[in-house]
Ligand binder design. Structure first.
Ligand code: SF4
Ligand code: SF4
Length: 442
């Protein structure tokens, strides 16, 4: 059963990358993989979700790795975690977790959660720009994804709950499990956390997360953290600027010092991404060549160029983001040719940004605190199951208003092509359905 049904189990139970853009996990399993690399690095400040999950559920995660490795015939498994966190959990670098599975310490620098940087750091393999990790024989999965994979493979359990951190400028920070679709405000109310007028809620890390409306937005399969942060710190100010503001600032003051390029973690890997040139191109249409625009697709959105590197408060990342959106709309991106060679900068080790420094620069160091675990699943009286919680086609609802559903029941099936189904995370009555969501109330 195992060797034929693992991929199917991941697909039918809706397993998705729990820590990133939401790539369907079944679609990552491909022939030729040599290393299964687990990302428990959590490179963003204030995040304790994977750390807590590792502390509480390491044997289940390792079993999930073993099941996937056995199915996909992957000989090597690496469990990548920041060195200082691993030591807190008693996990030495190179320690064996199971046959063929070892711990891999990752230095405490930012942004090590970036898949391309993590692969290079953990394995020494450099994925050519625009290519998938499998081209270098690597499959990367988040620790929680593998935990969910085990539940799906062994017990047929669909993904209906989410581990996440509630933290930031709060009295006490928590790691908890919430039903998928629970309104953010309801999660915060449960743990007694207010969001003052002066603050925002960020879904994800302070650097790469997005501002959310707690009364409208809900927990999804990719929510890793809900951080309450003041509007006045750099991490939030950057998110509040409009694209027009960013373009105006870039066009007026850039001195072309190239520091943004020198510090860019993707550039340090030898990728042809040069944020200073991108900024320069905003001044002159002649410099905005199609080849240059395409390199924006290589940006991982780490924000180092804006918040750390630039002394003139310019956001090369915002310009990258604009170009990336245009490229995505036109289904274009930079893809390296098969014979191209890329070499990491020999100074990379010295130029990588200390995570402690990053925390301070973002203005969040004072909010960093260990979380208290709430082990029981949070109770919810209303959930809103979004049909698009993954990369690919949205799921198609199979229930209608008035239906009664049980927890774990299929409420939206996968569409054709790359897609995943959705399941009810609580028992109750379906009160609303459209193409984007299904609302269930107790
Ligand atoms: S660091 Fe700032 S000023 Fe220097 S080149 Fe980059 S955008 Fe321009
Ligand atoms: S956000 Fe800036 S520093 Fe980070 S990858 Fe993109 S261009 Fe490079």
């Amino acid at each position: 059963m195992l060797n034929t049904n693992v991929k199917q189990a991941l697909q039918t139970q809706g397993v998705v990358g729990a820590g990133g853009a939401g790539f369907p996990t079944y679609a990552k399993l491909a022939d030729g993989a040599e290393i299964l690399l687990i990302n428990a690095v959590e490179c963003e400040p204030l995040m304790y979700t994977d750390f807590t999950l590792t502390r509480e559920k390491l044997s289940e995660i390792v079993e999930g790795m073993r099941l996937i490795m056995e199915y996909a015939k992957i000989p090597t498994g690496l469990f990548a975690i920041k060195d200082y966190r691993a030591l807190k959990l008693g996990l030495e670098d190179g320690a064996a977790l199971a046959d063929g599975i070892t711990v891999k310490h990752i230095p405490n620098v930012y942004p090590m959660g970036d898949e391309i940087n993590l692969i290079y750091q953990a394995t020494g393999r450099l994925v050519p720009p625009g290519n998938l990790p499998i081209t270098k024989g690597v499959i990367v999965m988040n620790a929680e994804t593998v935990y969910n994979a085990r539940e799906a493979i062994l017990f047929g359990t669909p993904v209906t709950e989410k581990w996440l951190t509630v933290g930031g400028d709060v009295k006490e920070a928590f790691t908890l499990r919430a039903p998928v679709g629970m309104r953010i405000r309801d999660v915060l109310n449960f743990v007694g956390v207010d969001v003052p007028e002066t603050h925002v809620v960020i879904d994800g890390g302070p650097s790469m997360g997005a501002i959310k409306n707690p009364d409208v937005d809900v927990v999804t399969k990719t929510t890793k953290a809900l951080l309450i942060l003041p509007k006045t710190i750099p991490a939030v100010l950057n998110k509040l600027r409009t694209p027009e503001d960013n373009l105006r600032r870039a066009a007026s003051v850039c001195c072309q010092c190239t520091r943004c390029t020198d510090m860019c973690p993707r550039h340090l890997l030898g990728y042809p991404i040069e944020p200073h040139k991108m900024v320069r191109s905003t001044l002159s249409a002649a410099q905005m060549t199609p080849e240059l625009v395409k390199t924006a697709s290589l940006c991982c959105g780490c924000d180092i160029c804006e918040t750390f590197a630039c002394c003139q408060d310019i956001s090369p990342m915002a310009i990258m983001k604009e170009y990336k959106a245009i490229l995505a709309k036109n289904k274009m991106r930079y893809v390296a040719g098969a014979d191209e060679v890329f070499t990491p900068n020999p100074d990379r080790d010295y130029r990588m940004l200390s995570a402690q420094k990053w925390k301070e620069v973002m203005g969040v160091a004072k909010f960093d605190k260990h979380t208290t675990l709430i082990p029981d699943l949070l109770p919810a009286r209303r959930v809103e199951i979004r049909t698009s919680q993954h990369i690919g086609a949205p799921s198609i609802p199979v229930v209608k208003a008035g239906d009664t559903v049980t927890a774990g029941q299929l409420v939206a099936e996968a569409a054709n092509g790359l897609s995943l189904p959705q399941y009810a995370s609580i028992a109750g009555k379906v009160t609303y359905v459209d193409a984007t969501k299904i609302i269930i109330e107790v």
